[in-house]
Write a protein that binds this ligand. Structure first.
Ligand SMILES: Nc1ncnc2c1ncn2[C@@H]1O[C@H](COP(=O)(O)OP(=O)(O)OP(=O)(O)O)[C@@H](O)[C@H]1O
Ligand SMILES: [Mg+2]
Length: 251
């Protein structure tokens, strides 16, 4: 079985609101999984739960077929999970390169990054080289010395992606990577994600269904915190439950 990550029976409650209810998802190796659903469906909450940012009220988590305690934020890099945030979320006082280095450094004192980078000045140079590599992967080399305020929105999103890639994760969680991008940039991003698939397994939350269709091997559809459909995009888009959920927007 090539199943990399599995979440079962996940429920998250905020006060009286059930943001997620008995959610099941599995991500296979070298797969791009699309996660779609109307606003407020619980997509970001699912990422937050997997990232240890919100505690589940119930839920089982397994990696590579092994049950594991529900992950805590500080364990993510070690577990091989990295995410980008809905929006951008860069540190405004740091250059793009420094933002990416900080992304890696936060975990440099623990786990495999400690081995990789050690603590010497030499390791600083290695860290810098790795950050440059991540910027290159994300198509953001030209912005290394720029501050976030000097970058266009699409370019800052590339830097945010580099900050996740620098962790060399197995699993990438991308929250609305195409939001705010123009047609050509979305096309480029889709191609980049398809390239990244060779090395990573990726879950993408996205509203742009054309983009989701292009990049995803399978999709899950969330509505009011529940998975209402899953499978190949072409099949899911015709599922009456999905059609009804999308027609329900604004009612
Ligand atoms: N920290 C929180 N405290 C209270 N309620 C929250 C919190 N985070 C999310 N919610 C609520 O949980 C529900 C799911 O929100 P979530 O942000 O996961 O939706 P989403 O599918 O990502 O939506 P969007 O497409 O608009 O980003 C919403 O009703 C939201 O208001
Ligand atoms: Mg969201």
């Amino acid at each position: 079985m090539n199943e990399l990550l599995k979440v079962e029976g996940l429920s998250v409650t905020f006060g009286g609101l059930k943001a997620l209810n008995d959610v099941y998802i599995e991500l296979h190796k070298n797969e791009v999984l699309g996660l779609i659903g109307p606003n407020g469906a619980g997509k970001t909450t699912l990422f937050n739960a997997i990232s240890g940012l919100v505690p589940p009220s119930t839920g089982k988590f397994s990696l590579e077929g092994k049950n594991s305690p529900w992950p805590k934020t500080h364990q993510l890099a070690k577990l091989g999970i990295a995410r980008t945030l809905q929006g951008v979320g860069l540190f405004s006082g740091l250059t793009a390169l420094e933002n990416v280095m900080v992304g890696a450094e936060a975990h440099a004192s623990k786990g495999f990054f400690a081995d990789l980078f050690g603590t010497s000045g030499k390791s600083e140079a290695k860290l810098k080289a790795r950050a440059h590599k991540a910027l290159a992967w994300a198509g953001a080399t030209a912005f290394a010395d720029k501050l976030p305020s000097q970058l266009t929105y699409p370019d800052s999103k590339r830097v945010a992606l580099a900050r996740a890639l620098v962790l060399e994760p197995k699993i990438l969680l991308l929250d609305e990577p195409a939001a705010g991008l123009g047609h050509d940039e979305i096309e480029k991003l889709a191609n980049l994600i398809l390239q990244l698939k060779e090395f990573y397994s990726i879950i993408v939350v996205e509203h742009n269904v054309e983009f989701v269709n292009k990049i995803s091997d399978r999709v899950y559809v969330l509505n009011f915190g529940e998975v209402i459909s899953s499978g190949p995009f072409e099949k899911v888009r015709e599922d009456p439950a999905v059609v009804a959920a999308y027609l329900g927007i604004g009612n």
